[in-house]
Design a protein around this ligand. Structure first.
Ligand code: UDX
Length: 443
């Protein structure tokens, strides 16, 4: 059993702290946001993550998991201090490390016992050395040395499946200049029975960025193929299936649609491209991956204009607002950019999402939030499926048809069967479904 302090109770920190507690460790999660800590102490989660509330409650009751704003309390006798704070994009796309700096300085100011500082946040290559320098410099000012090591331990959690991604990881990556410190962190994961790769700091940091950038590249690749399929009469879902049987390719992350959003891919791909330029290389591929992704949202507007002509005053229904199902996270969500572009052309938006309407209405005041998909369809001239929530899979499309003013469906995630949609009399627009030419009602 180890004593662990986790700095940051955002999506990574809260899941990490909770899971380490669930593995039997004594964990204190710290955040400077008092409201968030008070909510957590009252059982209110800052994020929607399936199953998280129950695991937090169980471990709080067992006394293994505590929440505080007090650094001294959180770091008292801690064997490990996990830095799991946000690293948002700066103006040029670089990772903003102000919160990492604050955490490192606080650890240096407060800790007077041997400790392993673990970078869990996604940080630019070289940040591990930077954190070590910050701590060393503060201790020089304070006048007493601190026995510490820095270990990079990037997370590979997906929103909506974060708990299982933590407890059943494909691999754990550790990087440090101090192999013994890395092995100590490895011990925390030993019961998870997965490959543990121990390497140097910079390599571990690059593994994280390269992994996310590659996944984003796969998605932009299949979306580029999808756009070709629309012009060449091929079906991208069958293409992806045919590709995926090749074990060098695999089936995962080849779903064509509106592309990637969220708090990670956009930020991490931009940050990696920025690092590349700063180091004198030219991220042409990453630039193209980002361009394709941005264009995927704009193609929806192009298709709607093709179907409806001028979009001014047109009523457009949007099903799904979160960047993907099983989360309330709307950061960089395709739906939001599509709504923004549609409102710019004078369209009136009706929307529904199982989890993300509250956060969206804070940003988009004019969107008419509806209590269910059928209310969204009422009087709509087109319906855009932006997030493939399970509850949309079996909705009554005949009822939707009867409620709409114009029978136009823009299936942004290829969720529905085109044959069924067209047989009901809709004009169907999919992504890469070349066998069903956009908008040609084949009924
Ligand atoms: C991602 C990485 O998967 C995870 O390892 C990392 O730690 C954080 O970033 P996340 O952003 O939560 O996780 O979601 P993910 O499931 O990876 O999906 C990312 C985006 O890609 C979503 O917008 C999703 O809609 C989109 N996507 C995913 C596709 O468009 N097609 C696919 O085939 C898969």
């Amino acid at each position: 059993m180890s004593k662990i302090c986790v700095v940051g109770t955002g999506y990574v920190g809260l899941v990490t702290g909770t899971c380490f507690a669930d593995l039997g460790n004594d964990v204190v999660c710290l955040d400077v946001n008092e409201t968030r800590i008070n909510n957590l102490n009252n059982g209110k989660m800052p994020i929607y993550e399936p199953g998280l509330e129950q695991v937090v409650s169980l471990n709080k009751k067992a006394g293994r998991l505590n929440f505080t704003t007090d650094y001294k309390l959180a770091l008292d006798k801690a064997d490990f201090a996990f830095i799991a704070v946000g690293t948002p994009s700066g103006v040029d796309g670089e990772a903003d490390l102000q919160f990492v700096r604050s955490a490192a300085e606080a650890i240096a100011e407060i800790v007077n016992h041997p400790i392993v500082v673990v970078n869990k946040s996604t940080v630019p290559v070289g940040t591990g050395d930077w954190v070590a320098d910050i701590i060393k410099k503060r201790r020089t000012v304070i006048g007493t040395p601190l026995e510490f090591s820095v270990v990079s331990n990037p997370e590979f959690l997906r929103e909506g499946s974060a708990l299982s991604d933590f407890m059943e990881p494909d691999r754990v990556v550790l990087g440090s200049t101090n192999r013994e410190a890395a092995n100590k962190v490895a011990q925390l994961y030993s019961t998870l029975r997965c490959p543990i790769l121990v390497t140097d700091l910079r390599t571990a940091e690059m593994i994280k960025y390269a992994s996310n950038a590659f996944l984003a590249t796969r998605i932009s690749f299949i979306n580029e193929i999808a756009n070709m399929c629309e012009e060449m009469g091929a079906d991208v879902q069958e293409v992806a299936m045919g590709m995926g049987y090749d074990n060098r390719i695999g089936h995962a992350f080849l779903d064509a649609g509106l592309g990637w959003g969220g708090s990670c891919f956009p930020k991490d791909v931009k940050a990696l491209a920025h690092m590349a330029v700063l180091h004198g290389t030219h991220p042409q591929l990453l630039q193209a991956v980002m361009d394709i992704n941005r264009n995927q949202r704009r193609r929806v507007i192009y298709k709607l204009r093709k179907a409806l002509g001028n979009l001014d005053e047109k009523v457009i229904g949007v099903l799904g607002l979160s960047f993907k199902p099983n989360t309330d996270d709307i950061r960089e969500a395709p739906a939001l950019e599509i709504i923004h572009l549609l409102e710019n052309e004078g369209a009136i938006i009706r929307a529904y999402d199982p989890q993300a309407m509250e956060s969206t209405s804070e940003v988009f005041k004019r969107v008419i939030m509806c209590e269910n998909p059928y209310k969204v369809a009422e009087g709509a001239d087109a319906l855009v499926l932006a997030t493939e929530w399970n509850e949309f899979k079996q909705i009554d499309l005949k009822r939707i048809y009867d409620l709409m003013r114009e029978p136009i469906i823009m299936d942004g995630r290829n969720l529905w069967d085109p044959e069924k949609v067209i047989s009901l009399g809709f004009k169907y627009f999919g992504v890469g479904r070349g066998a069903y030419p956009n908008g040609e009602n084949n009924a």
